[in-house]
Structure formats: structure tokens, C-alpha cells
Write a new protein. Structure first.
Lengths: 231, 403
């Protein structure tokens, strides 16, 4: 489903050259739940940006659903992001001036669905994340956990094949974090491929596979079996 | 389109938007009324005077000694000027169109002090008047030399004939101006004048007078001490003949001074100098207001883009293309400016009604309102284009940045 081969990402300024990813390779299969861990500055976010087509890489090859995405135009990249990828951000990234319904509606409008279809999908995902009664609330009127649920609903509304979560519980207390993790696991169980960036080993253990990044390279990969044994 | 969410988002952050909408509204009200005034002034300036302006100049001669025989000097001057090569014709008169100073009287169709008169500007001319000014006779005939009399400064008598402009004839005979031809009209309540001819158009000395085209020509030479000669030249010869005529008059008689030589073009320019300045000032005001409004829109949009950088990145991450982002800000501006111009339309009409009542200005032509709405919407779109492009350039990776 996702295949990165020898991806390198170099940030250059006039005086400094920073290698965020070096010859980074990773294969993620359909329906997998992969946790990406690593210390600060290891390249986790760069990996996530490239995986989510938020950033272009310097060299290497990236196939998404078997298609080389490195040469896509900006508008085609936007289309792929909109149709295939759902994002969940650490800071929720809800639009503060829009209510819950309109927030979930944002990617659906870019998709070009008609009003009835959008309504059906929004109501469906809000029910799934348990926020049907909060559709008219503004983000500021919700708790952190509820806001993240809205963000997940927004990510799911377009029925992506691929969910990218960047520290999805980083801003939540443990109780809320647990409920969000349970929701992500449920989404994965439904067949959606999940890649979750986290620095929390306990959360990483709940994934099917844990990819550890250090200095822009995959330093270690643990499978379910190994994770259970380690536990 | 995302008009609904954009509108709802605007309503939750409305202070800046309301201020810009108000600015647009006030700009529109001032702009449209200023354009209406400019239009009215420009129309007034564009009215034809009826005379051959490019080829006419005039000059004043004032006798100042007791030996100065004004009548014979005028006769000699006119004969000499008319004989000059390049001169089409010349007259002696009391005033010229648009000069700002002249005579006015009242004419009525029935004698008696109880009859209402119609105000009219008076020019004293002889049988050369039509040729000198290049006036077009549309009915009747010109004066003959026998019609022309000499008028002393204190005289109150009027000759027996007159020529009227068509505008004056229409005022006196509203049913059919042609009825004026051959009719007897009365000046000074009961002095009869027979209308000998009707000229198409000629303007009075005062451009601001609402009866500026109501003129009568009277066949008299005036002996008022100060006299004005009007000279019409062949095309292209005016400027070279002016110093020659001035020298001729100055050299031919030392008992007078010659002054105030001016072309009709200069006379028109001086007459409308106030209007011309007003048009420039109002145009400057309109441009200034448009620039200030545009800067306001640029400022609000730029602030909005800076404040929403993360939001823009998030939208891009969720699938918005660059053009979708640009369109978002353009649409937002259309909504703000749309409210502004709608409010502006009401303000514009209100301000116009106030100006009409208070200063007697013309009512604005209503097509100006939708035209101005369109212009301001376009100006808004142009102003927001830069910030919208900047917004479109925000990379989607901003969504994952923690600052």
C-alpha cells in the first residue's frame, strides 16, 4: 500500500544543510497499524509529512497504492490527499470559526460531494465518534478529547484508505488518550491502514508494528510478536 | 462554493470585516456623488457656446481724453480691422459669451408691468454680429445696416428689432418656438421689439445661469466709454492676428488704452476654471478613497492570512488546492465588499437626496449605483489578489508544525 524506497530529505539554507531523512525505506501493507517512534529531531514528522504528501522529498521513490507520487502536480497531490489520506494532528487543527459540522465538512467540500451526500457522511462519522449531539458546537466549546474526535471524524468522513496520526493523544490526559486510541484501533480494525507517529512507547505497543527512527533512518522494526515478548 | 461556511466564519470574527464593509460603503457614497457632480460639471463645460470659439478673440478699448470721439473711433477701428487680411469679420459689442460680465433684461410677450418677463442676456451688435460669432440663423433674417442705431450710456430706448436664440424663443413661445419669428415682444414692460430672426444657439456671459442659452441680439453700437471688439479670423490665423490688431488699435489713436485681449478659448477656460478645479479635486478624492479602501482590504486580508496560516496549512492537508485557498479569500472579500456596496447603495442615494435638498445639486443617474458597486467589487478583488496568492502559497506541511 505504501512503499518508500531510499527516501532522502535535505533542508538547505545558505549556510546549513540538514538531513532529515537518509535513505529511508519502509513498506506498509493494506490494513496495517504502524507506530512510528523516535526521539525529537529524529525525522518522525518529516516522514509523516512525506507519507501524507504534505512535503516533497529530495530523492528516492515513494509509491502509494502502487502509484509513484513523486511526480504529481500540486493539484493532483491535493486530490490524492483529499481522497486517500485522513490526517489526525496533535493539536487537532480544527478551524476555530467553524462549528463541528462545518469542520467535518471541509474535506468533503474539496471532494466535490453534493449537499445530501456530505450531510449523510458527516452525520455518519459524528455518530461513529459519539458527537452527533455536538454538531453545532464550536471547537472552543468542546473538551480536548472531543476536539480530537471531531478531527478523527473529519479524517474519516472521506473514507480514506490511509489514516496518518501525528501524536494524536499528545495533548490529551490519559483518560481521553485511551478513548482516542480505542477509536483509532477500531478504525484500523475496520480495514483502514493507520500510521501513527508517537513518542509514547505504551501507545506504540498497541500497534501491529513499531518502526523506530533515529537520525533520519529506520533503526529498528518490531512486529506484534516481538512487542508481546518485550511486554 | 463555500459561501455558507465562509459567511458563518466571518460572522464569528466580524469586527474587521464590518469596518472594511463600512469603509467600502462610505467610499461608494462619496465616490458616486462625486462622480455625479463631476458628470454634471463636465456636461456643463461641454455645452457648445454656439460661437466659433477657436477663431475668435476680443479686446477692450477705453478712451480717456475729452477729445476722444468714441463713435468715429469705433467706425474707423471696425473698418480697419475688417479690412485686415485673415479677418473674417469684427464687431463692437458690450460683452462676450462666458466672460462673466454682461447685460441682462426681461422680455415678455404682452405689455404691462403686471406681466411676467423671461430673463435674457443682451448683446449689442450690428449686422456683422452673426458672421463675427459664426452664429447660425435658423429662422428669419439678419439685421440690416439700417436697423443699427447708436446708443448713449444713459439711453433707455430700445431699437425696434431683435434676434433671439431658439432657447429664448422656446421660453417665450413654449407651444412652438417658431411663433416667435415676426412676433412683438416687450422690454422694460412695454417697449415693443419685433423678432426679426432666430439663431440656433448662443450662450450668455454667465455659465452658471440656468438660462445660459437665453440670449437676445440688439442692433446697436454702444457709446459707453469702454468698448469691446470681437474679431473672428480665418482658421489658424487668430494667434498671429492678435498682436497685429492690438498694435493697430494702439497706434491709430493715442487717446485711449487697449487692454484685456483674450481668445475665446481663454475666456471659456477662465469661465470654467472653478468647475475644472472642482473636477480635479473630486477625481483626486475618488482615487484617494479607492486607494485607502484598497489598502484597508489588503491590510485586513493580509492580517487574516497571517492569523490563519496554520488553518490554511490544515485546509491544504485536507485536500484544498492552491486555487481553492485563493478562492476562499477572494470569496470572503466578495462577501465583505458585497455587504459594503449594498450598504453603500443606500448611503449613496441618501447622501444624494441630502445634497439635492441642501445644495440644489442634480439627482444622480441611477445607473451609477450598480456601476460603482461593480467597480468597488472589482477593486476589492484586485486588492485581495496579493494576499490570496500569499495564502495559496502556504505549504500544507504547516499543518504539522507545532508553532
Amino acid at each position: 500500500m505504501l512503499s518508500m524506497q531510499n527516501i532522502s530529505m535535505v533542508y538547505r539554507t545558505d549556510t546549513v544543510e540538514t538531513h532529515a531523512l537518509r535513505e529511508f525505506s519502509l513498506e506498509v501493507g493494506e490494513g496495517e497499524f504502524v507506530a512510528v517512534t523516535g526521539p525529537s529531531g529524529s525525522g518522525k514528522t518529516t516522514f509523516l509529512n512525506i507519507a501524507g504528501l504534505l512535503e516533497r522529498f529530495t530523492s528516492g521513490k515513494y509509491l502509494l497504492d502502487g502509484k509513484d507520487v513523486s511526480s504529481l502536480s500540486d493539484s493532483d497531490t491535493s486530490k490524492v490527499r483529499n481522497e486517500k489520506i485522513g490526517f489526525v494532528f496533535q493539536g487537532f487543527n480544527l478551524i476555530p470559526d467553524l462549528n463541528v459540522f462545518d469542520n467535518v465538512d471541509v474535506p468533503l467540500r474539496y471532494r466535490g460531494f453534493d449537499t445530501a451526500e456530505r450531510k449523510r457522511r458527516i452525520e455518519g462519522v459524528l455518530e461513529r465518534v459519539g458527537l452527533s449531539s455536538r454538531a453545532k458546537h464550536l471547537p472552543s466549546q468542546l473538551s480536548g478529547g472531543q476536539q480530537q474526535r471531531v478531527a478523527i471524524a473529519r479524517a474519516l468522513a472521506g473514507e480514506p484508505r490511509f489514516l496518518l496520526a501525528d501524536e494524536p493523544t499528545g495533548n490529551l490526559d490519559s483518560h481521553m488518550a485511551e478513548s482516542i486510541m480505542a477509536l483509532i484501533e477500531e478504525i484500523n480494525a475496520g480495514g483502514t491502514t493507520v500510521i501513527m507517529v508517537t513518542h509514547d512507547p505504551a501507545l506504540a505497543e498497541r500497534a501491529g508494528r513499531n518502526v523506530h527512527i533515529r537520525d533520519g533512518q529506520v533503526s529498528d522494526v518490531e512486529t506484534d510478536v516481538q512487542l508481546v515478548a518485550n511486554a | 462554493m463555500q459561501i455558507g461556511p465562509i459567511w458563518r466564519a466571518l460572522m464569528r470574527n466580524k469586527t474587521g470585516a464590518i469596518l472594511i464593509a463600512l469603509q467600502v460603503a462610505v467610499t461608494m457614497a462619496i465616490m458616486v456623488n462625486a462622480i455625479s457632480i463631476i458628470q454634471s460639471r463636465a456636461e456643463s463645460m461641454a455645452r457648445p457656446s454656439g460661437v466659433d470659439e477657436p477663431n475668435i478673440f476680443h479686446i477692450v478699448s477705453v478712451g480717456y481724453t475729452e477729445d476722444f470721439d468714441e463713435r468715429s473711433v469705433i467706425e474707423q477701428d471696425l473698418a480697419a480691422i475688417r479690412a485686415m487680411p485673415g479677418v473674417i469679420d469684427a464687431i463692437q459689442t458690450n460683452s462676450v459669451p462666458l466672460s462673466g460680465g454682461g447685460w441682462s433684461m426681461g422680455l415678455q410677450t404682452e405689455p404691462g408691468a403686471d406681466q411676467d418677463g423671461v430673463g435674457v442676456a443682451v448683446y449689442f451688435v450690428d449686422e456683422h454680429g452673426l458672421d463675427t460669432y459664426g452664429l447660425k440663423l435658423v429662422a428669419g433674417e439678419n439685421f440690416t445696416p439700417g436697423d443699427v442705431e447708436w446708443r448713449e450710456r444713459q439711453a433707455t430706448d430700445w431699437p425696434s428689432t431683435t434676434l433671439l436664440t431658439q432657447a429664448m424663443a422656446e421660453q417665450l413661445f413654449p407651444d412652438n418656438w417658431r411663433d416667435a419669428l415676426g412676433a412683438t415682444v416687450y422690454i422694460n414692460d412695454d417697449e415693443p421689439l419685433v423678432v426679426k430672426g432666430i439663431i440656433e444657439r448662443m450662450q450668455a456671459a454667465w455659465n452658471g445661469w440656468d438660462g445660459v442659452e437665453r440670449v437676445m441680439l440688439v442692433p446697436q453700437h454702444t457709446l459707453f466709454g469702454s468698448t469691446r471688439y470681437v474679431i473672428r479670423t480665418e482658421p489658424g490665423q487668430r494667434d498671429s492676428l492678435m498682436p497685429e490688431v492690438e498694435k493697430l488699435l494702439a497706434d491709430s489713436n493715442r487717446d485711449r488704452i487697449v487692454r484685456g485681449m483674450q481668445t475665446m478659448t481663454e475666456t471659456r477656460e477662465r469661465s470654467y476654471r472653478g468647475d475644472s478645479s472642482m473636477i480635479k479635486l473630486l477625481t483626486f478624492t475618488i482615487v484617494l478613497l479607492l486607494v485607502i479602501t484598497s489598502l484597508g482590504i489588503v491590510g485586513l486580508a493580509s492580517f487574516s492570512v497571517s492569523r490563519r496560516t496554520k488553518q490554511i496549512g490544515t485546509r491544504r492537508a485536507l485536500g484544498a488546492s492552491k486555487s481553492s485557498i485563493a478562492r476562499y479569500f477572494m470569496t470572503e472579500n466578495v462577501l465583505i465588499s458585497g455587504v459594503g456596496v449594498a450598504l453603500g447603495a443606500v448611503l449613496t442615494v441618501g447622501l444624494n437626496m441630502l445634497l439635492v435638498d441642501a445644495f440644489g445639486l442634480d439627482r444622480l443617474e441611477i445607473w451609477l449605483v450598480p456601476a460603482a458597486m461593480l467597480v468597488l467589487l472589482l477593486v476589492g478583488q484586485l486588492a485581495v489578489f496579493g494576499p490570496a496568492r500569499r495564502a495559496a502559497g502556504v505549504p500544507p506541511a504547516v499543518a504539522t508544525r507545532t508553532i
